[in-house]
Ligand binder design. Structure first.
Ligand code: NDP
Length: 278
């Protein structure tokens, strides 16, 4: 069966919009985009549109590619102090002359709706998560829709980046699954995947996971988004062969992608609620 990210994300956005209508003040999200990378521009536009759709206050802040670190940090500081803003997101990657880590650490952790600040990463590690990285949290929402209990399940996460693989593994561990994390140096990846009840792949290599690696009845979550030469999109999983083996599988597009943005809105509402309760 297909885990329909588009449908689950829509349901989540409707539920957020219904909550926003009842609020006195609109939750506010600011997204900073440095430079004019076309892919980043699309992501930022989609985030801005999603904010408007659910009734959020949204600020799209475009900064020139040659902005200095000091100027960018002072923009973050301005947003930290802005009462209209509950969530701040700096679109990554940043141009190479900027220190992304320092910028993320400058965001008030209570407004860090991407969940990348070390304070929020630490809370996730300690199973006291507050603002959780959007893509892995969105995957957990998708897994919940299958109704399958993750406790004790063998889960394999392929990819160990700070934004997807590592927090994904922590989410699954926090759900009391048994987790294996693989990276580019992992030996005999296929045999690890063959043991997995749940496979989450976030590598960025089209169709690298083959259908005959998948255990019968497994859940397969494909985070990868790869643009092929013919212009079409592909995940990291060979969908056609994998769907023959999997009980549940996410498509690309319309799988994890829409969930990431819906979860960003969810996190912004969480940050808003926490600020209002203070
Ligand atoms: P990164 O490039 O930051 O990380 C890739 C990870 O994959 C690294 O940990 C790397 O290992 C590992 N890796 C590389 N080759 C192999 C291999 N042969 N076997 C096992 N592991 C391998 O990528 P991201 O995590 O940022 O993104 C991954 C993919 O997910 C991309 O396609 C991206 O576009 C997509 N993505 C999708 C999102 C969505 O909303 N759907 C959100 C974010 C990303 P090592 O650590 O050893 O280098």
């Amino acid at each position: 069966m297909i885990i329909d990210g588009k449908k689950i994300a829509k349901k989540l956005r409707i539920s957020i919009a219904e909550q926003v209508i009842k609020l006195d003040r609109k939750p506010g999200l600011a997204v900073i985009l440095v430079g004019d990378d076309p892919a980043s521009e699309v992501y930022v536009r989609n985030k801005d549109n999603a904010c408007k759709e659910v009734g959020f206050y949204s600020e799209k802040i475009n900064k020139p590619v040659d902005i200095t670190q000091t100027e960018l940090l002072s923009e973050v500081e301005r947003l930290n102090k802005d009462d209209k803003i509950d969530g701040i997101l700096v679109q990554l990657p940043l141009p190479s002359h900027l220190d992304a880590n320092q910028v993320i650490e400058a965001i008030n952790p209570n407004k860090d709706v991407d969940g990348f600040h070390s304070e929020n990463v630490g809370k996730l590690m300690q199973n006291k998560a507050y603002l959780r990285p959007c893509t892995p949290k969105g995957v957990m929402t998708m897994l919940a829709t299958t109704g399958i209990d993750l406790v004790g399940k063998n889960c394999v996460v392929v990819g160990a980046s700070n934004i997807v693989g590592r927090p994904m593994a922590m989410e699954l561990l926090n759900a009391q699954a048994t987790v294996t994390i693989c990276n580019s140096k992992t030996q005999d990846l296929s045999s690890k995947i063959k043991q997995a009840d749940v496979v989450v792949v976030a590598v960025g290599k089209p169709k690298m996971i083959k259908g005959d690696w998948i255990k019968d009845g497994a859940i397969v979550i494909d985070v990868g988004i790869n643009r092929l030469e013919d212009g079409s999109l592909s995940g990291d999983v060979d969908f056609d062969s994998a769907q023959e083996k999997a009980a549940w599988i996410t498509p690309v597009p319309d799988g994890v992608g829409p969930m990431t943005i819906a979860t960003l809105l969810e996190n912004t509402l969480t940050a808003y609620t926490a600020r209002e309760e203070k």
